[in-house]
Design a binder for this molecule. Structure first.
Ligand code: AMP
Ligand code: MG
Length: 343
């Protein structure tokens, strides 16, 4: 199949994308988090094509994307007041809520769960496509399963050219990591995945938030998790990733002791000079966490092009957006972490 590339600015793009979706096709859509691989969320056959194109495990549920908060009631029931408070403050934006699901949403989309994950994305063209199609768009990240997510149309084409009907190109994604997911179906609100909306901001609105153990820990293989997708190794480049913790000097000294030809370093802009001769790649400034989320996946993909053996990675500490970076990098590293103080 020939994949059509539709420019977000072209006047006919939204209409064309909506047509393809209603005909059961796949369209990669731009969002402020990452690019999504979209299908009509209410069409089971179309949704199956997402799993096939990505090689995604069938038990990994999808997020459905809506254009306005008021559409929530069409797909969810028993919506708590907290959901409306979150929507008021953070939608459209990089926040996904898990809520009890109505029957109209097929089991294929929710991986058979009685809940559904819903988000209203910020990107105008994508909300316009949803409005024109009149159906929600189910969309996981538009990458081959397990690989780093895509934050540009070029990256989507690299993974999915010829496997999907179209892609809407709206330039690089602003946030660069997937949405924050909060589960509102439990007694207490629960953070399932950190992202562009920080845990601190959620707590401000909700007054309470439990962090699911899957967020920063390595789950045993038989662990029971809230969403099946939480158990997979994820976001991983071909190279092995090893996170080196500790202060800049100790970490650089550790890498110097262990660096082999064909390795690379993923570090903060401020640390580039410490890694001279060690193939350093910056993914942003330590002082500007938004720069780190924005570029993380793009730099991992760039390193993937170069057949690197091991990537020594530096990871920001603490909460805020750094929390989302830790979650993605730890999963990309398969939880391989060493302290810079070790020999
Ligand atoms: P992505 O892999 O970026 O498409 O995001 C989808 C993720 O959202 C899944 O892997 C789950 O972790 C989460 N998710 C989707 N639907 C649900 C749900 N009904 N309950 C809990 N988590 C969900
Ligand atoms: Mg994904």
């Amino acid at each position: 199949m020939k994949t059509e590339v539709l420019a977000a600015q072209a006047p006919e793009t939204a209409q064309r994308a909506a047509e393809i979706l209603l005909a059961g096709g796949l369209v990669a859509i731009p969002t402020e988090t990452v690019y999504g691989l979209g299908a009509n969320a209410l069409d089971e056959v179309a949704v199956s094509k997402i799993f096939a194109a990505k090689g995604r495990p069938q038990d990994n549920p999808l997020i459905i994307h809506i254009a306005e908060t008021k559409e929530l009631e069409r797909y969810c029931h028993h919506i708590p007041q907290a959901a409306y408070c979150l929507a008021e403050r953070f939608w459209p934006g990089p926040l996904t809520m898990v809520l009890p699901c109505r029957q109209i949403v097929p089991a294929k989309t929710t991986a058979g769960l009685e809940t559904v994950a819903v988000r209203c994305p910020e990107t105008e063209i994508t909300r316009e496509i949803i409005r024109l199609a009149g159906v929600p768009i189910a969309a996981p990240s538009a990458n081959l399963s397990g690989k780093p997510s895509t934050t540009t149309a070029e990256h989507v084409l690299y993974d999915l050219d010829g496997k999907i009907e179209a892609i809407v190109d709206d330039g690089p994604s602003r946030v660069g990591v997937e949405s924050t997911i909060v589960d509102l179906t439990q007694e207490r609100p629960r953070l399932l995945r950190p992202g562009g909306i920080t845990p601190e901001a959620l707590r401000e609105t909700l007054g309470d938030l439990v962090v699911d153990p899957a967020v920063l820990g390595n789950l045993p293989p038989n662990a029971v998790v809230r969403a099946p997708g939480m158990k997979y190794k994820h976001y991983a480049p071909q190279a092995d990733v090893l996170i080196v913790t500790g202060n800049s000097e100790n970490a650089a000294a550790y890498v110097r002791r262990h660096f082999q030809p064909g390795n690379a370093v993923l570090c903060f802009e401020e640390e580039l000079s410490l890694y001279e001769g060690m193939n350093p790649h910056s993914y942003g400034s330590r002082e500007d966490e938004a720069s780190l989320t924005h570029s993380l996946f793009a730099v991992l993909r760039e390193l993937d092009q170069k057949e690197i053996g091991t990537i020594f990675a530096r990871c920001p500490e603490g909460g805020g957006l750094a929390y989302a970076v830790q979650n993605r990098l730890k999963k990309a590293a398969g939880f391989h972490i060493v302290s810079g103080e070790e020999t």
